[in-house]
Write a protein that binds this ligand. Structure first.
Ligand code: ZN
Length: 558
């Protein structure tokens, strides 16, 4: 087994001066100019960077420290997830997961089972629920949750992280009563015909319970981070942009680095001005630990999500004429926060889902660009619903569209209901945005969607879901070419992180982050591409994870 010998080889653990030759592969990598390049082999230097690429007939070096025979397997660059939530991904594994529940009844029975199995837990915590996939045209209630939680506080986040479902014990622990006012940018759903809280809290209102729930201990965070790394590596993700990093999250990453247990690369975007200053001090951190960790900037939220009607729209919701969504702050406040970060050279990433939110961020960027010149790489996270009139403003201002193809497949019917037919032209409009010259950076938004870039690639080239529906793709004019889709998960994502000089391609001078996979992303049919198996994940010229090694548990580096 290649992986077995590779792991056991002392030469690979510490490459000698001559480097490592990976040969006899069917290699494919973006070429950095919008196309792809094919190759047969490559040489990794002792620093873990690509030294040379070999095409058919090219002479290979005679003396190398170690040779990896690819046995004709497919090699692609390590995938970069340009928007994920690392710690939430790990904690989702350790807490109650409702993402598979198909109905409210099924969710309630899972909650009951978890509660019975964890008598020691002071709170019932978890998430992943989605009332839309339960065929429910309303949010679940505290009364429903009370029946299965035996008086213990329960707090369960919606799949999109923009709403939380509390039972009566959690509401009273948080002091949420009929007299609690809706906070700015948030909403406490009420029992019909009264002021009593119904159980679900949206966007800024979730903080009322978040403040009171027990915080994980550092050792729990370490365990969760280990789980998260395994998930990313097994899915072929070698770098992730962590969106909304707290100081505790950063400390967790640093502890792993200190113990040589940081197995992948993380680029952090702090979850607010305070975390930004605590982590970065006067500016972004340098790359540390052989380019495994860096803090680039800040992640801000301008609106909520479509599923809970928190996305900020220009016109009222098609399925609720009484609301245009929940802006989290005014445009002045947004401009002030963006300015505060840009002043010290931090990169700014703003969550904007609705068309009004996207237009407002673009307004702020246009204004701030007058003051903060140079290569800023402003990012809009999600850019889900954009007024077609605003689409050209991305390229004009060098704004990166950080988008998540899997959201399109999961949310298309919900988006149709929320938006009505008129507004769909600018929904998940990858191709239209890219066509204006703007850069795309793709990610998963894990744990909202699984951190599975090959599933995302399949959606990007087909606009269909796991069931192959709808035939021909939803709004098929937005289907991307394979080159563009692969580029958005590699070179485009690297660019969005200021990392194109070190990550994103298999090319001389860049870090040797690559995967052995069983499908060719340039030719596999969408359903096959979706089911791509990652066989091995290499980071910095070393094997970081292998399917053959018991789920990768043996892949601890050094
Ligand atoms: Zn997110």
């Amino acid at each position: 087994m290649l992986s077995g010998t590779a792991l056991a080889s002392p030469a690979l653990a510490a490459p000698a001066l001559d480097g490592v030759l990976v040969d006899n592969v069917e290699g494919v990598t973006p070429d950095g100019r919008g196309g792809v390049e094919r190759f047969e082999g490559f040489l990794i230097d002792p620093e873990g960077k690509i030294a040379q690429i070999f095409h058919k007939g090219d002479k290979r070096p005679k003396k190398v420290a170690y040779k990896v025979d690819g046995k004709g397997r497919i090699v692609v660059p390590g995938m970069i997830d340009a928007h994920g939530h690392v710690m939430a991904t790990g904690f989702a594994k350790m807490t109650l997961d409702l993402s598979m529940a198909k109905s409210l009844d099924e969710a309630l029975s899972r909650i009951a089972a978890w509660t019975a199995a964890h008598p020691e837990a002071p709170w019932i915590l978890g998430g992943g629920w989605n009332q839309a996939s339960w065929g429910l045209d309303r949010m679940p209630t505290a009364a429903e949750l009370d029946k299965v939680t035996g008086g213990k506080p329960a707090w369960l986040m919606r799949i999109d992280g923009h709403a939380g479902w509390a039972n009566s014990a959690a509401l009273s622990a948080a002091g949420v009563t009929a007299t609690t006012a809706d906070p700015a940018g948030g909403e406490v759903l009420r029992v019909a015909g009264s002021k009593a809280p119904a159980g679900v809290l949206i966007d800024a209102a979730t903080a009322l319970v978040e403040k009171k729930r027990p915080k994980p201990r550092p050792e729990d965070a370490d365990t969760a981070f280990g789980e998260a790394q395994l998930q990313f590596l097994a899915a072929g993700v070698t770098t992730v942009a962590d969106m909304g990093t707290s100081i505790e999250d950063w400390q967790t990453f640093r502890r792993a680095s200190d113990k040589h247990q940081l197995r992948m690369r993380i680029v952090a975007y702090a979850g607010g001005i305070e975390a930004m200053q605590l982590i970065g001090g006067p500016g972004p951190t340098p790359w540390i630990d052989d380019d495994r960790l860096k803090m680039n900037g800040i992640k801000l939220y301008l609106d909520g999500a479509l599923g809970s009607r928190g996305a900020w729209l220009k016109a009222p919701y098609a399925d609720d004429a009484g609301t245009k969504g929940l802006p989290q702050m005014s445009s002045t406040q947004l401009g002030n926060l963006m300015s505060r970060a840009a002043m010290d050279g931090f990169q700014v990433a703003v969550h904007a889902i609705g068309d009004e939110a996207n237009a407002t961020v673009l307004d702020s960027i246009e204004e701030l660009s007058q003051t903060y010149k140079g290569d800023r790489r402003w990012r809009i996270e999600h850019a889900q619903i954009v007024d077609p009139a605003d689409i050209p403003r991305f390229a004009r201002n060098g704004v990166i569209a950080s988008m998540q193809p899997q959201h399109e497949a999961s949310d298309r019917t919900m988006a149709e209901a929320r938006l009505g037919p008129q507004r769909l032209a600018g929904a998940y409009a990858w191709k239209s945005i890219a066509a204006t010259g703007a850069k795309l950076a793709f990610g998963s938004d894990t744990p909202v969607e699984p951190a599975h870039p090959f599933e995302g690639l399949a959606v990007a080239i087909s606009r269909t879901g796991a069931d192959g529906q709808p035939m021909g793709g939803w709004q098929p004019q937005e289907i991307l070419t394979r080159e563009a889709a692969l580029g958005a998960y590699t070179t485009g994502a690297a660019y969005s992180l200021f990392a194109e000089d070190r990550l994103g391609r298999i090319a001389p001078g860049l870090r040797a982050d690559f995967l052995f996979v069983d499908e060719d992303p340039m030719t596999a049919a969408p359903q096959a591409l979706r089911g791509t198996h990652v066989l091995e994940t290499w980071i910095g010229g070393r094997l970081a994870w292998s399917a053959a090694q018991d789920g990768g548990k043996a892949g601890v580096r050094r």
